[in-house]
Design a protein around this ligand. Structure first.
Ligand SMILES: [Zn+2]
Ligand SMILES: [Zn+2]
Length: 465
Protein backbone atom coordinates (compact mmCIF):
# COMPACT_ATOMS: atom_id res chain seq x y z
CA UNK A 1 0.00 0.00 0.00
CA UNK A 2 1.22 3.45 -0.86
CA UNK A 3 0.90 5.38 2.41
CA UNK A 4 0.96 9.09 3.14
CA UNK A 5 4.68 8.89 3.94
CA UNK A 6 5.87 10.21 0.57
CA UNK A 7 3.68 13.26 0.76
CA UNK A 8 4.86 14.05 4.27
CA UNK A 9 8.50 13.60 3.31
CA UNK A 10 8.02 16.11 0.51
CA UNK A 11 6.69 18.57 3.06
CA UNK A 12 9.71 17.96 5.35
CA UNK A 13 12.14 18.55 2.51
CA UNK A 14 10.46 21.85 1.78
CA UNK A 15 10.73 22.92 5.41
CA UNK A 16 14.38 21.90 5.51
CA UNK A 17 15.16 24.09 2.54
CA UNK A 18 13.72 27.11 4.33
CA UNK A 19 15.63 26.61 7.57
CA UNK A 20 18.59 28.75 8.55
CA UNK A 21 22.06 27.24 8.72
CA UNK A 22 22.00 27.58 12.48
CA UNK A 23 18.74 25.67 12.74
CA UNK A 24 20.04 22.91 10.51
CA UNK A 25 23.21 22.64 12.56
CA UNK A 26 21.23 22.38 15.77
CA UNK A 27 19.25 19.61 14.19
CA UNK A 28 22.11 17.57 12.72
CA UNK A 29 24.45 17.93 15.71
CA UNK A 30 21.81 16.36 17.94
CA UNK A 31 22.17 12.61 18.01
CA UNK A 32 19.79 11.72 20.82
CA UNK A 33 16.26 10.87 19.88
CA UNK A 34 14.45 12.59 22.79
CA UNK A 35 15.91 16.10 22.33
CA UNK A 36 15.62 15.68 18.58
CA UNK A 37 11.89 14.97 18.81
CA UNK A 38 11.40 17.93 21.18
CA UNK A 39 13.21 20.18 18.73
CA UNK A 40 11.10 18.92 15.86
CA UNK A 41 7.90 19.49 17.80
CA UNK A 42 9.06 22.98 18.69
CA UNK A 43 9.49 23.81 15.00
CA UNK A 44 6.25 22.26 13.88
CA UNK A 45 4.22 25.18 12.52
CA UNK A 46 0.41 25.41 12.39
CA UNK A 47 0.74 25.06 8.61
CA UNK A 48 2.57 21.73 9.11
CA UNK A 49 -0.12 20.52 11.45
CA UNK A 50 -2.78 21.42 8.90
CA UNK A 51 -0.99 19.39 6.22
CA UNK A 52 -0.67 16.49 8.61
CA UNK A 53 -4.36 16.61 9.51
CA UNK A 54 -5.33 16.66 5.88
CA UNK A 55 -3.08 13.70 5.09
CA UNK A 56 -4.48 11.70 7.96
CA UNK A 57 -8.03 12.47 6.93
CA UNK A 58 -7.40 11.23 3.39
CA UNK A 59 -5.84 8.01 4.70
CA UNK A 60 -8.38 7.23 7.35
CA UNK A 61 -8.93 3.49 7.73
CA UNK A 62 -11.68 3.04 10.25
CA UNK A 63 -12.83 -0.36 11.39
CA UNK A 64 -15.47 -1.71 9.06
CA UNK A 65 -16.59 -5.31 9.21
CA UNK A 66 -18.26 -5.40 5.81
CA UNK A 67 -15.08 -4.19 4.07
CA UNK A 68 -13.14 -6.82 5.99
CA UNK A 69 -15.57 -9.51 4.93
CA UNK A 70 -15.34 -8.41 1.32
CA UNK A 71 -11.53 -8.50 1.45
CA UNK A 72 -11.59 -11.93 3.05
CA UNK A 73 -13.85 -13.22 0.28
CA UNK A 74 -11.55 -11.81 -2.37
CA UNK A 75 -8.61 -13.36 -0.51
CA UNK A 76 -10.36 -16.74 -0.64
CA UNK A 77 -10.95 -16.33 -4.38
CA UNK A 78 -7.29 -15.57 -4.95
CA UNK A 79 -6.34 -18.54 -2.81
CA UNK A 80 -8.54 -20.82 -4.92
CA UNK A 81 -6.91 -19.41 -8.03
CA UNK A 82 -3.56 -20.25 -6.40
CA UNK A 83 -2.49 -16.63 -6.35
CA UNK A 84 -1.16 -16.96 -2.82
CA UNK A 85 0.70 -13.65 -2.78
CA UNK A 86 -2.46 -11.80 -3.68
CA UNK A 87 -4.41 -13.78 -1.07
CA UNK A 88 -1.79 -12.88 1.55
CA UNK A 89 -2.08 -9.21 0.72
CA UNK A 90 -5.91 -9.25 0.81
CA UNK A 91 -6.09 -11.05 4.16
CA UNK A 92 -3.56 -8.59 5.58
CA UNK A 93 -5.66 -5.68 4.34
CA UNK A 94 -8.76 -7.31 5.81
CA UNK A 95 -7.08 -7.47 9.21
CA UNK A 96 -6.82 -3.70 9.24
CA UNK A 97 -10.60 -3.35 9.07
CA UNK A 98 -11.56 -5.57 12.00
CA UNK A 99 -11.14 -4.68 15.66
CA UNK A 100 -8.01 -6.21 17.13
CA UNK A 101 -8.70 -9.35 19.18
CA UNK A 102 -12.08 -9.96 17.50
CA UNK A 103 -13.28 -13.37 16.24
CA UNK A 104 -13.08 -12.02 12.68
CA UNK A 105 -9.41 -11.42 13.32
CA UNK A 106 -8.96 -15.09 14.23
CA UNK A 107 -10.56 -16.21 10.97
CA UNK A 108 -8.41 -13.88 8.90
CA UNK A 109 -5.23 -15.04 10.64
CA UNK A 110 -6.18 -18.66 10.03
CA UNK A 111 -6.83 -18.00 6.34
CA UNK A 112 -3.63 -16.02 6.04
CA UNK A 113 -1.69 -18.89 7.59
CA UNK A 114 -2.87 -21.11 4.72
CA UNK A 115 -1.51 -18.64 2.18
CA UNK A 116 1.77 -18.36 4.09
CA UNK A 117 2.03 -22.12 4.11
CA UNK A 118 1.68 -22.26 0.33
CA UNK A 119 4.37 -19.59 0.06
CA UNK A 120 6.70 -21.78 2.15
CA UNK A 121 6.81 -19.17 4.91
CA UNK A 122 6.44 -21.79 7.61
CA UNK A 123 7.63 -19.72 10.55
CA UNK A 124 5.17 -16.92 9.74
CA UNK A 125 2.48 -19.52 9.19
CA UNK A 126 2.98 -20.98 12.68
CA UNK A 127 2.82 -17.50 14.18
CA UNK A 128 -0.49 -16.74 12.44
CA UNK A 129 -1.95 -20.05 13.59
CA UNK A 130 -1.02 -19.18 17.16
CA UNK A 131 -2.63 -15.75 16.83
CA UNK A 132 -5.78 -17.34 15.42
CA UNK A 133 -6.05 -19.87 18.23
CA UNK A 134 -5.34 -17.28 20.90
CA UNK A 135 -8.17 -15.16 19.54
CA UNK A 136 -10.65 -17.99 19.76
CA UNK A 137 -10.51 -19.73 16.39
CA UNK A 138 -13.44 -22.20 16.54
CA UNK A 139 -12.34 -25.51 18.10
CA UNK A 140 -14.32 -27.48 15.51
CA UNK A 141 -12.08 -26.00 12.82
CA UNK A 142 -8.83 -26.36 14.70
CA UNK A 143 -7.96 -29.73 13.20
CA UNK A 144 -7.12 -27.80 10.03
CA UNK A 145 -4.77 -25.36 11.70
CA UNK A 146 -3.28 -28.08 13.85
CA UNK A 147 -2.32 -30.27 10.94
CA UNK A 148 -0.97 -27.21 9.12
CA UNK A 149 1.13 -26.35 12.13
CA UNK A 150 2.45 -29.91 12.35
CA UNK A 151 3.40 -29.79 8.67
CA UNK A 152 5.19 -26.48 9.23
CA UNK A 153 7.13 -27.74 12.21
CA UNK A 154 8.14 -30.80 10.26
CA UNK A 155 9.45 -28.62 7.45
CA UNK A 156 11.17 -26.30 9.84
CA UNK A 157 12.95 -29.33 11.22
CA UNK A 158 15.04 -29.59 14.39
CA UNK A 159 15.00 -26.40 16.42
CA UNK A 160 18.56 -25.22 16.71
CA UNK A 161 19.59 -28.05 18.96
CA UNK A 162 16.91 -29.17 21.36
CA UNK A 163 14.64 -31.43 19.46
CA UNK A 164 16.07 -33.69 16.88
CA UNK A 165 13.03 -35.35 15.49
CA UNK A 166 13.12 -39.10 15.52
CA UNK A 167 11.09 -39.62 12.40
CA UNK A 168 10.21 -41.46 10.30
CA UNK A 169 9.43 -44.36 12.60
CA UNK A 170 9.21 -46.76 9.67
CA UNK A 171 12.92 -46.28 9.04
CA UNK A 172 13.98 -47.80 12.32
CA UNK A 173 15.97 -50.95 11.94
CA UNK A 174 17.33 -53.45 14.37
CA UNK A 175 20.70 -52.21 15.50
CA UNK A 176 23.56 -54.63 15.32
CA UNK A 177 25.11 -55.92 18.49
CA UNK A 178 23.72 -55.01 21.85
CA UNK A 179 20.36 -53.46 22.42
CA UNK A 180 21.03 -49.93 21.39
CA UNK A 181 17.83 -48.99 19.64
CA UNK A 182 19.00 -46.38 17.21
CA UNK A 183 16.23 -45.29 14.88
CA UNK A 184 17.13 -43.32 11.86
CA UNK A 185 15.99 -39.76 11.91
CA UNK A 186 16.57 -38.75 8.37
CA UNK A 187 15.22 -35.26 8.55
CA UNK A 188 15.41 -32.55 6.03
CA UNK A 189 18.40 -30.39 5.16
CA UNK A 190 16.35 -27.56 3.78
CA UNK A 191 14.23 -27.65 6.94
CA UNK A 192 17.14 -26.67 9.17
CA UNK A 193 15.75 -23.45 10.53
CA UNK A 194 15.29 -22.27 14.04
CA UNK A 195 11.72 -22.43 15.26
CA UNK A 196 10.63 -19.52 17.40
CA UNK A 197 8.88 -20.98 20.44
CA UNK A 198 8.99 -17.91 22.65
CA UNK A 199 10.80 -14.76 23.62
CA UNK A 200 13.08 -14.32 26.61
CA UNK A 201 15.42 -11.67 27.92
CA UNK A 202 18.99 -12.77 28.62
CA UNK A 203 20.79 -9.97 30.39
CA UNK A 204 24.39 -10.94 29.76
CA UNK A 205 23.85 -12.52 26.37
CA UNK A 206 22.24 -9.30 25.19
CA UNK A 207 25.52 -7.48 25.85
CA UNK A 208 27.23 -9.36 23.04
CA UNK A 209 27.89 -7.58 19.78
CA UNK A 210 26.76 -8.99 16.48
CA UNK A 211 28.75 -10.51 13.66
CA UNK A 212 27.37 -12.19 10.55
CA UNK A 213 30.27 -14.61 10.96
CA UNK A 214 30.37 -15.00 14.74
CA UNK A 215 32.95 -16.85 16.82
CA UNK A 216 30.33 -18.42 19.08
CA UNK A 217 27.22 -20.55 18.80
CA UNK A 218 24.21 -20.49 21.10
CA UNK A 219 22.03 -23.40 22.16
CA UNK A 220 19.15 -23.75 24.57
CA UNK A 221 18.51 -26.32 27.25
CA UNK A 222 15.01 -25.53 28.43
CA UNK A 223 15.17 -21.82 29.13
CA UNK A 224 18.88 -21.76 29.76
CA UNK A 225 21.11 -20.37 27.02
CA UNK A 226 24.62 -21.71 26.53
CA UNK A 227 27.15 -19.90 24.41
CA UNK A 228 30.14 -21.83 23.13
CA UNK A 229 33.20 -20.66 21.24
CA UNK A 230 33.40 -22.18 17.77
CA UNK A 231 37.05 -21.20 17.35
CA UNK A 232 39.91 -20.10 19.60
CA UNK A 233 39.30 -16.50 20.70
CA UNK A 234 42.54 -14.69 21.59
CA UNK A 235 42.64 -12.56 24.77
CA UNK A 236 41.33 -9.07 24.11
CA UNK A 237 39.31 -10.15 21.09
CA UNK A 238 35.54 -9.61 21.07
CA UNK A 239 33.16 -12.46 21.76
CA UNK A 240 30.67 -12.16 18.91
CA UNK A 241 27.22 -13.58 18.48
CA UNK A 242 24.92 -13.62 15.45
CA UNK A 243 21.63 -11.74 15.92
CA UNK A 244 20.02 -13.68 13.08
CA UNK A 245 21.37 -12.66 9.68
CA UNK A 246 24.16 -15.14 9.03
CA UNK A 247 26.61 -14.93 6.14
CA UNK A 248 25.78 -18.43 4.91
CA UNK A 249 22.06 -17.76 4.60
CA UNK A 250 21.74 -14.22 3.29
CA UNK A 251 23.66 -11.89 1.03
CA UNK A 252 25.37 -8.86 2.50
CA UNK A 253 22.72 -6.41 1.28
CA UNK A 254 19.85 -8.32 2.88
CA UNK A 255 21.76 -8.80 6.13
CA UNK A 256 22.62 -5.14 6.47
CA UNK A 257 19.08 -4.09 5.62
CA UNK A 258 17.50 -6.37 8.20
CA UNK A 259 20.00 -5.40 10.92
CA UNK A 260 19.41 -1.75 10.12
CA UNK A 261 15.63 -2.11 10.41
CA UNK A 262 15.61 -4.24 13.51
CA UNK A 263 18.68 -3.10 15.44
CA UNK A 264 19.46 0.30 13.91
CA UNK A 265 23.07 -0.29 12.93
CA UNK A 266 24.98 -0.71 9.71
CA UNK A 267 26.88 -3.96 9.97
CA UNK A 268 30.62 -3.62 9.49
CA UNK A 269 31.53 -7.13 10.59
CA UNK A 270 34.37 -8.93 8.85
CA UNK A 271 31.98 -10.85 6.56
CA UNK A 272 30.07 -7.71 5.55
CA UNK A 273 33.24 -5.73 4.92
CA UNK A 274 34.64 -8.59 2.87
CA UNK A 275 31.52 -9.06 0.76
CA UNK A 276 30.38 -5.45 0.71
CA UNK A 277 33.79 -4.14 -0.29
CA UNK A 278 33.46 -5.89 -3.59
CA UNK A 279 31.26 -3.39 -5.42
CA UNK A 280 30.53 -5.52 -8.44
CA UNK A 281 30.32 -9.12 -7.38
CA UNK A 282 30.14 -11.58 -10.27
CA UNK A 283 26.44 -12.37 -10.68
CA UNK A 284 25.91 -15.83 -9.33
CA UNK A 285 24.98 -18.28 -12.01
CA UNK A 286 21.42 -19.23 -11.12
CA UNK A 287 20.14 -21.04 -14.17
CA UNK A 288 21.35 -23.04 -17.14
CA UNK A 289 20.32 -22.78 -20.76
CA UNK A 290 18.35 -25.94 -21.49
CA UNK A 291 19.27 -26.32 -25.17
CA UNK A 292 23.01 -25.85 -24.75
CA UNK A 293 23.75 -26.28 -21.05
CA UNK A 294 25.66 -23.01 -20.69
CA UNK A 295 25.18 -20.53 -17.88
CA UNK A 296 22.45 -17.89 -18.19
CA UNK A 297 23.31 -14.41 -17.01
CA UNK A 298 20.74 -11.97 -15.70
CA UNK A 299 20.09 -8.83 -17.69
CA UNK A 300 17.17 -6.51 -18.26
CA UNK A 301 14.23 -8.45 -19.64
CA UNK A 302 15.41 -11.88 -18.55
CA UNK A 303 18.28 -14.34 -18.54
CA UNK A 304 20.53 -14.52 -21.57
CA UNK A 305 22.64 -17.54 -22.46
CA UNK A 306 26.32 -16.65 -22.56
CA UNK A 307 26.83 -19.16 -25.35
CA UNK A 308 23.86 -19.30 -27.72
CA UNK A 309 22.49 -15.84 -26.68
CA UNK A 310 18.98 -17.16 -26.21
CA UNK A 311 16.87 -14.92 -23.94
CA UNK A 312 14.66 -16.67 -21.37
CA UNK A 313 12.11 -14.68 -19.34
CA UNK A 314 12.98 -14.56 -15.67
CA UNK A 315 9.45 -15.47 -14.67
CA UNK A 316 9.46 -18.70 -16.62
CA UNK A 317 12.69 -19.84 -14.95
CA UNK A 318 11.39 -18.93 -11.50
CA UNK A 319 8.23 -20.91 -12.22
CA UNK A 320 10.23 -23.94 -13.31
CA UNK A 321 12.27 -23.74 -10.13
CA UNK A 322 9.14 -23.40 -8.01
CA UNK A 323 7.56 -26.35 -9.81
CA UNK A 324 10.66 -28.43 -9.23
CA UNK A 325 10.64 -27.54 -5.57
CA UNK A 326 6.99 -28.51 -5.20
CA UNK A 327 7.54 -31.84 -6.91
CA UNK A 328 10.53 -32.57 -4.74
CA UNK A 329 8.62 -31.76 -1.58
CA UNK A 330 5.62 -33.74 -2.73
CA UNK A 331 7.76 -36.79 -3.38
CA UNK A 332 9.70 -36.31 -0.16
CA UNK A 333 6.48 -36.29 1.85
CA UNK A 334 4.92 -39.44 0.36
CA UNK A 335 4.48 -42.17 2.90
CA UNK A 336 6.26 -45.49 2.88
CA UNK A 337 3.58 -47.22 0.80
CA UNK A 338 4.47 -45.08 -2.20
CA UNK A 339 8.21 -45.46 -2.16
CA UNK A 340 8.50 -46.43 -5.81
CA UNK A 341 6.45 -43.46 -6.99
CA UNK A 342 8.42 -41.15 -4.74
CA UNK A 343 11.72 -42.50 -6.07
CA UNK A 344 10.66 -42.15 -9.69
CA UNK A 345 9.47 -38.61 -9.08
CA UNK A 346 12.65 -37.59 -7.26
CA UNK A 347 14.81 -39.07 -9.99
CA UNK A 348 12.86 -37.02 -12.50
CA UNK A 349 13.46 -33.95 -10.29
CA UNK A 350 17.14 -34.72 -10.24
CA UNK A 351 17.29 -34.92 -14.02
CA UNK A 352 15.31 -31.67 -14.37
CA UNK A 353 17.50 -29.94 -11.82
CA UNK A 354 20.61 -30.99 -13.70
CA UNK A 355 19.40 -29.34 -16.87
CA UNK A 356 18.04 -26.24 -15.15
CA UNK A 357 20.48 -25.42 -12.34
CA UNK A 358 24.27 -25.13 -12.14
CA UNK A 359 26.12 -27.73 -10.10
CA UNK A 360 26.61 -25.49 -7.07
CA UNK A 361 22.89 -24.79 -6.64
CA UNK A 362 21.69 -25.90 -3.18
CA UNK A 363 18.60 -27.62 -4.63
CA UNK A 364 20.78 -30.52 -5.85
CA UNK A 365 21.75 -31.20 -2.26
CA UNK A 366 18.13 -31.01 -1.13
CA UNK A 367 17.06 -33.51 -3.78
CA UNK A 368 19.84 -35.85 -2.69
CA UNK A 369 18.67 -35.45 0.87
CA UNK A 370 15.10 -36.36 -0.09
CA UNK A 371 16.32 -39.35 -2.09
CA UNK A 372 18.34 -40.48 0.92
CA UNK A 373 15.26 -40.29 3.09
CA UNK A 374 13.15 -42.34 0.68
CA UNK A 375 15.86 -44.98 0.37
CA UNK A 376 16.16 -45.10 4.16
CA UNK A 377 12.41 -45.61 4.45
CA UNK A 378 12.83 -48.46 2.01
CA UNK A 379 15.62 -49.92 4.13
CA UNK A 380 18.17 -49.41 1.35
CA UNK A 381 20.86 -47.98 3.61
CA UNK A 382 23.62 -48.20 1.02
CA UNK A 383 21.80 -46.00 -1.48
CA UNK A 384 20.68 -43.68 1.33
CA UNK A 385 24.29 -43.24 2.44
CA UNK A 386 25.41 -42.50 -1.11
CA UNK A 387 22.91 -39.68 -1.52
CA UNK A 388 23.62 -38.31 1.93
CA UNK A 389 27.32 -38.16 1.08
CA UNK A 390 26.47 -36.00 -1.89
CA UNK A 391 24.13 -33.72 0.02
CA UNK A 392 26.81 -33.46 2.72
CA UNK A 393 29.06 -31.87 0.16
CA UNK A 394 26.36 -29.37 -0.80
CA UNK A 395 25.65 -28.52 2.84
CA UNK A 396 29.33 -27.94 3.53
CA UNK A 397 29.60 -25.65 0.51
CA UNK A 398 26.57 -23.67 1.52
CA UNK A 399 26.96 -23.42 5.29
CA UNK A 400 30.64 -23.98 5.92
CA UNK A 401 32.77 -26.68 7.49
CA UNK A 402 32.07 -25.61 11.08
CA UNK A 403 28.32 -25.12 10.72
CA UNK A 404 25.58 -26.66 12.77
CA UNK A 405 23.89 -27.65 9.51
CA UNK A 406 26.87 -29.80 8.59
CA UNK A 407 26.90 -31.29 12.08
CA UNK A 408 23.26 -32.35 11.67
CA UNK A 409 23.93 -33.83 8.26
CA UNK A 410 26.90 -35.81 9.57
CA UNK A 411 24.69 -37.15 12.33
CA UNK A 412 22.19 -38.44 9.78
CA UNK A 413 24.92 -40.02 7.70
CA UNK A 414 26.40 -41.70 10.76
CA UNK A 415 22.99 -43.19 11.59
CA UNK A 416 22.48 -44.49 8.06
CA UNK A 417 25.99 -45.96 7.87
CA UNK A 418 25.48 -47.54 11.26
CA UNK A 419 22.29 -49.18 10.03
CA UNK A 420 23.98 -50.33 6.83
CA UNK A 421 26.73 -51.81 9.02
CA UNK A 422 29.44 -50.00 7.11
CA UNK A 423 31.64 -50.10 10.16
CA UNK A 424 34.71 -48.16 8.97
CA UNK A 425 32.77 -45.43 7.20
CA UNK A 426 30.40 -45.10 10.15
CA UNK A 427 33.31 -44.72 12.55
CA UNK A 428 35.01 -42.06 10.49
CA UNK A 429 31.79 -40.06 10.14
CA UNK A 430 31.13 -40.40 13.89
CA UNK A 431 34.64 -39.07 14.52
CA UNK A 432 33.83 -36.03 12.40
CA UNK A 433 30.38 -35.49 13.84
CA UNK A 434 31.16 -35.74 17.56
CA UNK A 435 33.50 -32.72 17.86
CA UNK A 436 31.27 -30.59 15.66
CA UNK A 437 28.10 -31.44 17.60
CA UNK A 438 29.99 -30.93 20.88
CA UNK A 439 31.02 -27.48 19.74
CA UNK A 440 27.45 -26.52 19.00
CA UNK A 441 25.47 -28.35 21.67
CA UNK A 442 27.95 -29.37 24.36
CA UNK A 443 29.41 -32.73 25.32
CA UNK A 444 26.36 -33.87 27.27
CA UNK A 445 23.87 -33.39 24.47
CA UNK A 446 21.65 -36.33 23.41
CA UNK A 447 23.07 -36.45 19.91
CA UNK A 448 26.64 -36.69 21.19
CA UNK A 449 25.70 -39.44 23.64
CA UNK A 450 23.91 -41.31 20.85
CA UNK A 451 26.94 -41.17 18.57
CA UNK A 452 29.27 -42.36 21.31
CA UNK A 453 26.93 -45.23 22.02
CA UNK A 454 26.95 -46.10 18.34
CA UNK A 455 30.73 -46.08 18.29
CA UNK A 456 31.09 -48.38 21.29
CA UNK A 457 28.45 -50.63 19.77
CA UNK A 458 30.41 -50.85 16.50
CA UNK A 459 33.61 -51.63 18.41
CA UNK A 460 31.95 -54.50 20.22
CA UNK A 461 30.77 -56.16 16.99
CA UNK A 462 31.94 -59.73 16.62
CA UNK A 463 34.82 -60.09 14.16
CA UNK A 464 36.42 -56.84 15.26
CA UNK A 465 39.67 -56.71 17.08
ZN1 LIG B 1 27.74 -8.34 9.05
ZN1 LIG C 1 22.42 -21.59 -24.72
Amino acid sequence: MQGPGLEWRRRCRLRWRHMSDLQRRRFTSNTRLGPLLRLARHWLSPADTAVLDELCASWRAGKDRSTALHLKQRGNDSFKARDYLQALSLYTKGLRYVPADSPECALLYANRSAALYQLHRYQDCVEDIERAERLGYPPELQHKTQSRRAACLQRLGGSGGESRESEPPSAASPAPGVGVGVGVGVGDVRGMREVCVGTALYCWASLLNHSCQPNTTASFQGTRITLRATQPIPAGEQVLHCYGPHWSRQCVGDRRKSLQTQYYFWCECSACVREGGDRSPAPQAQFLCRPCGSVLSLEEGGYRCVHCTQLVPQQSLQQQLQQLRLQMEGAGNMDSTHTDTALAQLQQCQADAQSLLPAQHPLHGEIDDSLARVYATHGDWGAAAQHLQRSLHAVELQYGAGSVELAQQLLKLAQVLFNSRSVCEAESVIDRAVPLLTTHYGADHDTVAELKEMRSCLQSLPGRR
